[in-house]
Design a protein around this ligand. Structure first.
Ligand code: UDP
Ligand code: MG
Length: 313
């Protein structure tokens, strides 16, 4: 039987672009000459997105899922993977930032036998310099700390073979740092560079806080290194304190009792108070995530689900 392709598109408040994007995507997929389906996951949009997609469903092979609220892009992608039937799944943003022309290269590489083909952005010129610096810092830090290799500047724009999709679905964790998980599952992977397009309409859903949150998720879900650093820091500080204690005893014998300074004591107490709170905070990050996992809540809740099989097609 001919192989088929599923294209998964997460959308959140994309009323300005979705009506243009779906036809363009459909046209591109048609040109690939594989049977295909499009899965649109509406991540709890509050604007007109839902109505527009329902309209589009009459013309295009859209399988539509709507979450009961906004659960975040990573969960939307998980839902897409869970419902995809294709032998390959393409993950794609709805805002035209991922160029459609590259899909044929993705599929060509898949045909050559690669299990995962991912887009790597050539530059980050479209982004503010602070975001760029933070992103670079993050990739440098994680590549040092995490033992798996996360390719820099690769995101969710990818083609995954069925094998990879099945492997990803076996990972039950709720704190899903997808960039890491793609690398963690392994398989034969290849990068294809692409130029990120400016967002067609609307604006990005990320802000610095959510990026920081993502970075912390990335670090904590792939490494216990921060915990080890705390332990190490504790040992170093205790050792220094011991040396200082020796020095105090010695200097008392040599020079007699020196009147202690308030300033030194107060600064030291505050300094170590700060360090301790920080350390507890880091441990807390891990505990918070354990708490998330043990609750075993579903990753998302589906409010409405319409497949094109049960509609007009
Ligand atoms: N998105 C989503 N849920 C969210 C935020 C974003 O499904 O909570 C979708 C969004 O509609 C778009 C894609 O994820 O299709 C990428 O989002 P965005 O363009 O805001 O991110 P950026 O391209 O700036 O990384
Ligand atoms: Mg975007």
């Amino acid at each position: 039987m001919a192989k088929s392709i599923t294209c998964v598109v997460p959308v959140y408040n994309e009323q300005q672009v979705i009506a243009e994007f779906i036809p363009a995507l459909d046209k591109t997929l048609k040109e690939l000459a594989f049977p295909y389906e499009i899965i649109v996951i509406d991540d709890g949009s509050q604007d007109n997105t839902m109505a527009i997609i329902h309209e589009l469903r009459h013309q295009y092979p859209i399988h539509y899922l709507r979450f009961s609220r906004n659960f975040g892009k990573e969960n939307a992608l998980s839902a897409g993977l869970a419902h995809a039937k294709g032998d390959a799944v393409i993950l794609m943003d709805a805002d035209f930032q991922h160029p459609l022309e590259i899909l044929k290269d993705f599929v060509a590489k898949w045909q050559e036998g690669y299990d995962m083909v991912y887009g790597v952005r050539k530059g980050r010129k479209d982004e503010a310099w602070l975001k760029r610096v933070c992103a670079n810092g993050f990739y440098r830090l994680t590549s040092q700390i995490i033992r798996i290799n996360i390719p820099a500047n690769a995101g969710d724009f990818r083609l995954l073979d069925r094998k990879v999709v099945n492997a990803l679905q076996k990972l039950p964790e709720r704190n899903r740092f997808m960039k890491g998980l793609y690398s963690w599952v392994g398989f034969k992977q290849i990068a294809i560079p692409f130029e990120v397009q400016p967002r067609a309409q609307g604006k990005t859903h990320w802000n610095y806080y959510s990026l920081l949150d993502l970075a912390i998720t990335g670090l904590t879900s792939f490494s216990a290194f921060p915990l080890r650093m705390i332990a190490l820091g504790g040992i170093v500080i205790a050792f220094l304190a011991f040396l200082y204690a020796l020095w105090i005893v010695l200097s008392t014998f040599l020079f007699g009792i020196i009147t202690p300074g308030w300033a030194t004591i107060v600064t030291t107490i505050m300094f170590f108070g700060g360090i301790q709170l920080f350390a507890i905070g880091v441990v807390g990050e891990y505990i918070g995530r354990i708490f998330d996992e043990v609750k075993q809540r579903p990753h998302y809740i589906i409010d409405e689900q319409v497949s094109f099989d049960d509609s007009q097609r």
